[in-house]
Structures are given as structure tokens and as C-alpha cells.
Design a protein. Sequence first.
Length: 387
Amino acid sequence: MSTIPVYDPLRSEMIHDPYPTYARLLAETPIHWHEGMGAWVVVRHADCLRVLREHETFARDPRRNGEKIPEFRQNVQMMDPPEQTPLRRLLVSAMRAQDKEKLFDDAVTFVRGALTGQRPDQPFDWMSRVSAPFALHMSSALLGVPVPDGSDYAGISHGIALRMDAGLAPENIPEGDAARQRLNDLGESWFPRPEGDTGLVAQLIRRADKEVHGGHYIRNSAAMMFNASYGTIFAMVGNAALLLATVSGLLEEVARPAIRQTGVDELVRFDGPAQGTSRIAVAETVIEGARIAAGDTVVTLLAAANHDPRVFADPQEIKLDRRPNPHLGFGSGPHACFGSEFGKLSVSAVISALNDEGMRLRVAAQPTRRTTATVRSMDVLPVCLER
Ligand code: HEM
């Protein structure tokens, strides 16, 4: 096996802008063995799509590769069909039962409130002032649970984001597992009596068939959904804000009702928070001429696939009316994101809150990004608000 030292996702240039490297990989190295991660890295859209969809060959569940998984890590995201199917159906149906219009209006009101009284000449950090409290508020509203303490929760979420990079930085595993345990403890506190009658947790309690779904799987999955929601909304609202603040005319254009839906999808394609995910081959197979052995890990770089010129014309351009837009920013197959509509609704609400009040964002000082590879997120984004 050869080592291709081109992909080093924690290097500062990659954290800053991974897309030139993705373009090189897409053109020259559709698959390579990454010595550091001990995994195959796949970048092209067709190959990523295949790995995500062909769950018979590519497992998410490490137990199919003979690994033991402690109870606290067992949730919908690490199970595969057919075992996963009834649980996923339950979660999807509870998700669909939520009142999207009410959540959207609530989101717009929240963003307006967060920006009330902000003077145009006074810079502030978008991530701590808007992204973090907004993500916490939206995730709590979705699940119908009390809003946790912000700084405490930020620590849990960051620990879990670091855990996602375990292949690159195994030293983060103990901290990440401790964060997961704290998240599950938080999830336990929502059961068996949620605060109100609405919200996802109340739906789950009402709809769950304990015989089919098993108690800890539901509770762990609810906690996992809270974090999937918090982490991605935090990151996506930050990534989108940077684009809105730096690309001239983007906010006015994407705020147009006729373009909003395709526009938000395009922002997710262009610079989404989920850079990649992984699967374990459970049978020998071939990708782009490389022989993948059973037991090998395959990393799919979703963000690279989203810039594959074989599928997306002018991939480095934001085309708000791009249609079709088969991006993999929300994954695909049996683990595709079922919070995607809610995630897009949240980003759309931020756009609406800014535009309806005639507010514009301007970068006020050098922004910094978090040094995580799987999740791409701003750390500090100093902006001014102009009217
Ligand atoms: C812009 C926002 C979001 C992005 C970019 C995003 C991205 C993704 C991606 C790429 C996956 C697939 C991971 C894989 O295949 O390994 C995923 C799965 C998932 N997402 Fe999201 N997500 C977003 C928002 C949300 C929200 C708001 C929720 C709230 C419930 C959510 C819940 C989930 C869950 C539960 C899964 C796992 C599904 C399964 O394994 O069956 N996501 N997300």
C-alpha cells in the first residue's frame, strides 16, 4: 500500500481551506490509504454515494466487525439495517410530527432578540452571541426539553466533535467518551416525563413500542439527536454567516423566497459542517481499482464529493438556484440525516431575521476556525451589524 501525504486534515492550511486539496484528490487520487488514520480515503461523489448506500458491504455498526460497543454508545447512528430500521422509523415519524412553521417563527424571533440593541460600530463574536445560543434554543425546542446551561453544553458538544476525529487523534477518545456519557445522562433526565406535550421526546414516549425499540436505544438516540442538532446548527449558522458577510449581495439574493430553498441547500453543499464520515467494509470489495479487505475502514469525504466536477458544474461557485443539487452534506442511505429539513429551516430563519430587518454582516477582525476535521466550524467570527 502506498502512502499519499496529501491529505492531512488537521494542518492549519486545511482547517483554513480544505477545498484546494479536495480538488487535487478528486483529480488525481480518488482513493488512497491514509497511514495515520489506518483507513482508505474516498473522495469522488459516485464512490462516496456507493459506500453510504451499500450497507450490506459497508457497515456503520462496528459490532458487525466483531467489536464490542458499550451501552452508552448504542444509538440509531451506530446500528445498521435491519436492526436499525424500526428505531429509525420511530425517530423519523416523531420528527415529522413537529410543527415546522411554529419552529421557524420561533427561530426568527430568537435571532431578532439576540441582535436587539446591537450598535453598528460595535463588533461582536457571532459564534458566542448568535450561533451557540441559537443552536441550543432550537435543539431544546425541537426535543421539547429544558434549555441546558450554555457553557456546560458547549463543552459536551466539543468533546464529542473531538471524538469524531479519533482516527486522527486517538488521545481525544477518553474525553470524547466522557462527553458522550454526560450527554446520555442529560438525555436520561428528559425521560420518562418531558416538560410539555409537544416536542420530539414527548412524541417518542407516546409512540415507542418498548418491545421493538428497547429503552436505552431510544434514550441514547434522543440525546444523540440533540447533539447532532446542536453541533450542526452551531457550525452551519457560523459557516453561512461568514459567507453572508464576505460574498457581496449573497444575503439579499438567498433571502428571496423563490431562491431560499435551493439557496440554503447550496450553502450546505458549498461549505457544510460535515466534512466526512466512515464505514467499515465487512466483505472484500474494490473501489477505483483498490482492493478493500474485510475489516478495512473507509472514510468518505462528503465535502470533497460535494465539489466533484463530474456532478457539480463550477463546483467552486455558489449557485443559489443549483438544481438538481445531489450534494452529500446530509449523507445518504440508511444513515442519511433526518434532521436536514430542521437544519435548513434554522439557517433559513437566520437569513430571514437578518434580511427582514435590513441588517447586513461585515467581518470586523480575523475569524478563526476550530481545529476539528470531521466537523468544519468557525470558532470566533467577529462581525459588525450594519443597517
Ligand atoms: C445543517 C445541518 C445538518 C447537517 C449538515 C447534517 C449532516 C448530517 C450528515 C452528513 C449525516 C450522516 C452521517 C453519516 O452518514 O455517518 C447526519 C446524520 C444524522 N443527523 Fe444530521 N445534519 C444536520 C442537522 C441535523 C439536525 C437539526 C438534526 C436533529 C435531529 C440531525 C440529526 C441527525 C441524526 C439523528 C443522524 C443520524 C441518522 C442515522 O444514523 O440514522 N441532523 N447528519
